[in-house]
Design a protein around this ligand. Structure first.
Ligand code: KG4
Ligand code: ZN
Length: 344
């Protein structure tokens, strides 16, 4: 293993198919991504079978395009990193089997990457000076967690959601308001034209002593108010309630840890109101605030290649019989949370 390594990353755990080439110094040599939004839109959500089929069609061409953009061949790649879970099992299998086949054909090591680890380490891709331990708020369609990132492969889960993830709440609210799919960006656009104080909505778990999250009650409250207010006012009030919950719970986590920085990742980190609120929370605590660029916050393969680079740099590679894992917690020691119907 030389000092500099070139890693090919593959991502296919949900509805984005992606391939990227990243150097171990953090240079992104190429990143390619195909969204499947149009294929799933008629169903108002991701259909696993449609997703898996699209991954099969898209991944090969995306790998070729990434190699071409970087001007390299597979033989010049040092390791192949593929998301091995958690996520929709059909999609995960497509990416992982592709990664294994490329590793076998080119005689390269495989790094099986936990998708959540990809999100957790992605901030270091753009900010190499970011040192461990940092407090990460991971907010996506499938996850809402506070993690103390202590090192590569070392994650302490401080909080998770006891019902829905924050992005899921955005998506369900968008559906209730007739704003379409995917919901998060649509709610944000509508919210910009509404009054965040117009609709009295609950702030589930705010003030509770444990830093967990809950969003199911908020979504139900939106459902009850849907005939009495405009979509804009509901979107704005909902978004404000989510922001208040995220800030309150993160504040509690900051009171019990000594991180070097507050970091946000995951699709919901694309939300401007969420970012602004977390940024002021960080400055309140005298901490740097780090948010990856928007494209790196949502699912992509550069973060998988980067997590692969971090693991490869520590000599962590995986056998070709590594299984696809629909569920794969980052912190297996974390206590099970009461009522947690936590998704993969
Ligand atoms: O990380 P991600 O791309 O996929 C996973 O869930 O792993 O996150 C997607 C989620 C969706 O729920 C989407 O609605 C939400 O992130 N999202 C947003 C915004 N952009 C994406 N939520 C709020 N505001 C946004 N601007
Ligand atoms: Zn994700």
């Amino acid at each position: 293993m030389g000092s500099m390594a070139l890693i090919l990353g593959l991502e296919s755990s949900c509805d984005e198919t992606a391939a990227a080439l990243v150097d171990s110094d953090g240079t992104i040599r190429a990143h390619k991504l195909a969204r499947q939004e149009e294929a799933h839109r008629p169903y108002g959500g991701v259909v696993p079978e449609i997703a898996a089929r699209a991954h099969v069609e898209m991944l090969g061409p995306l790998v070729e395009a990434a190699l071409a953009e970087a001007g390299v061949t597979l033989s010049q790649v040092d390791a192949i990193a593929a998301t091995a879970g958690p996520g929709l099992i059909g999609g995960v299998m497509v990416g992982l089997v592709t990664g294994k086949a490329l590793a076998l054909a080119a005689n390269k090591p495989l790094v099986a990457v936990n998708h959540l680890e990809g999100h957790a380490l992605s901030p270091r891709l753009g900010a190499p000076s970011l040192t461990f331990p940092y407090l990460l708020l991971l907010v996506s369609g499938g996850h809402c967690q506070l993690l103390l990132v202590e090192g590569v492969g070392r994650y302490r889960r401080l909080a998770t959601t006891i019902d829905d993830a924050a992005g899921e709440a955005f998506d369900k609210t968008a559906k209730l308001l007739g704003l379409g799919f995917p919901g998060g960006p649509a709610v944000e656009v509508a919210a910009a034209r509404g009054n965040p104080k117009a609709v009295p909505l609950p702030r589930p778990l705010v003030g509770s002593g444990e830093p967990h999250f809950s969003f199911a009650g908020l979504k139900s409250a939106v459902a009850r108010a849907v005939n009495d207010y405009s979509a804009e006012d509901l979107a704005a009030s909902f978004q404000q309630a989510v922001v208040d919950c995220l800030v309150d719970r993160t504040r509690l986590a900051l009171a019990i840890t000594r991180p070097t920085a507050l970091v946000v990742a995951g699709g919901v980190a694309a939300n401007t109101a969420v970012r602004a609120a977390l940024e002021s929370l960080a400055s309140e605590h005298g901490l740097p605030f780090v948010a990856p660029p928007l494209w790196l916050c949502t699912d992509n393969a550069a973060m998988i290649a980067w997590a692969g680079a971090e693991r490869f740099g520590q000599g962590l590679t995986d056998p070709l019989d590594f299984p696809a894992r629909p569920r794969w917690p980052l912190d297996p020691d974390a206590e099970k949370v009461r009522g947690a119907g936590v998704k993969a």
